[in-house]
Write a protein that binds this ligand. Structure first.
Ligand code: 9UX
Length: 70
């Protein structure tokens, strides 16, 4: 079943940052939905894969830091 998780994203300061993070997360296999809130610094991800490491790696690959929120 799909599940939702949230990531704290560090370093986003403008709307283009949001678009970069959304694009990166959307391309991770298993991801079916992504929303990123600039003001909160939080990404909400719906994914079929329980492994969060590829999500965090994708965010880091475009220049931001990410940590799982519980
Ligand atoms: Mo906006 Mo974000 O000019 O790295 S793209 S600050």
């Amino acid at each position: 079943v799909p599940h939702r998780l949230r990531l704290r994203i560090e370093g986003m300061t403008c709307a283009s940052c949001v678009a970069r993070v959304e694009d990166a997360l959307s391309q991770v296999p298993g991801v079916t939905a992504v929303t990123v809130n600039l003001a909160d610094g939080v990404a909400s991800v719906t994914t079929l894969d329980k492994d969060t490491a590829p999500l965090i790696a994708a965010v880091k690959s475009v220049g931001y830091d990410a940590t799982r929120l519980e």
